[in-house]
Design a protein around this ligand. Structure first.
Ligand code: DOR
Ligand code: ZN
Length: 352
């Protein structure tokens, strides 16, 4: 019988989907990501959204200013696609060297998505240019029409929006963000080299029972929402398959405790305090720890055309308890943040 691994070493991972917020909120959380990851794709859903190169460069500088002095963390910026984002703007963004992708939020899909795209036809010329210059489109893949059940929104997005989009723009690089269904995993699997997906730790570790059984658990609520067990199994299979078009993206998204524990709780799970440890648990449960490094540290960089990280990190098998709360601040002032799996014991620990 083989002994279970007590330690794993991997190239420093990157986070290909991260919400850092801004101001005091960002200052409270950015060090968690910087401790784990070398680089992260930074989501542009601020208020107001990051819609221009100029706004992205200014946000980039604010992130650098909020980092611990010894950090070499690199924020990779994105633009928020609106109905009026021009082809010139995306050219300018890519030329800046700081903007690595453009994010599509269908209007109304999630937190701060009201400025999102109302009709993909309106941005068709912009997408043509993005395909030409190789600038990836990152999609929040949910179709938001009121008559579509929230559990079916990802599948509806594939059928009605993503598949036709790729027919019109077969060369466009697309990252299907935070996929949650067997349908999305299959779609990416069947697509060409220009289509990839990120997968969050929560969607690998939990199904919707975690959110809804024995009471409503708001700290398991994110969008797209957790799905049934057969979908989780399909995501595990995709993540551990060694297919380089599935890679790590935490979607870590901090909201204060009061914003989450409310009559209309916000969508978003903060996982940056333990991200790589959570992925290690998911891969271990699947008997696939040997596949973690590709998923966490190689495939995303390859897809974005960036060098793989040379530095290495070590995870050890060691029990530790997630704090009940972490210090945070929202627009109303100081407010605690409840980290994912608060109070629970995790079994892997990233070495400092
Ligand atoms: O759960 C989510 N939270 N999903 C998103 O798409 C956005 C994010 C946020 O910004 O809070
Ligand atoms: Zn997100």
């Amino acid at each position: 019988m083989q002994h279970p691994l007590q330690q794993i070493s991997l190239a420093r991972p990157d986070d290909w989907h991260l919400h850092l917020r801004d101001g005091a909120a960002m200052a409270a959380v950015v060090a968690y990501s910087a401790r784990q990851f070398h680089r992260a794709i930074i989501m542009p859903n601020l208020r107001p959204p990051v819609t221009t190169t100029e706004l992205a460069l200014a946000y980039h500088q604010r992130i650098l200013d909020a980092l611990p002095a010894d950090s070499d963390f690199q924020p990779l910026m994105t633009l928020y696609l609106t109905d009026t984002t021009s082809a010139d703007e995306v050219r300018r963004a890519q030329k800046s060297g700081y903007v690595h992708a453009v994010k599509l939020y269908p209007a109304g899909a999630t937190t701060h998505s009201d400025a999102g795209v109302t009709d993909l036809a309106k941005v068709d010329d912009t997408l043509t240019v993005m395909a030409e210059i190789g600038l990836p489109l990152l999609v929040h893949g949910e179709m938001t029409r009121a008559d579509i059940d929230v559990f079916d929104r990802e599948k509806a997005f594939i059928d009605n929006q993503l598949a036709p989009l790729l027919t019109r723009h077969p060369q466009l690089k697309v990252v299907f963000e935070h996929i949650t269904t067997a349908d999305a995993a299959q779609f990416v699997h069947d697509s060409g080299a220009n289509v990839a997906a990120t997968i969050t730790p929560q969607h690998l570790l939990y199904n919707r029972n975690a959110m809804l059984v024995g009471g409503m658990h708001p700290h398991f609520y994110c969008l797209p929402v957790l799905k049934r067990e057969n979908h989780r199994q399909a995501l595990i299979k995709a993540a551990t398959s060694g297919n380089p078009r599935f890679f790590l993206g935490t979607d870590s998204a901090p909201h204060s405790r009061s914003a989450k524990e409310s009559a209309c709780g916000c969508a978003g799970i903060f996982s940056a305090h333990a991200a790589i440890e959570l992925y290690a648990s998911a891969f271990e449960q699947a008997g696939a720890l040997d596949r973690l490094e590709g998923f966490a540290s190689h495939f995303g960089a390859d897809f974005y055309g960036l060098p793989r990280n040379k530095e290495r990190v070590t995870l050890v098998k060691q029990n530790w308890q997630v704090p009940d709360t972490l210090p945070f601040a929202d627009t109303a002032g100081e407010a605690p943040l409840v980290p994912f799996l608060a109070g629970e014991t995790l079994h892997w620990k990233l070495q400092p």
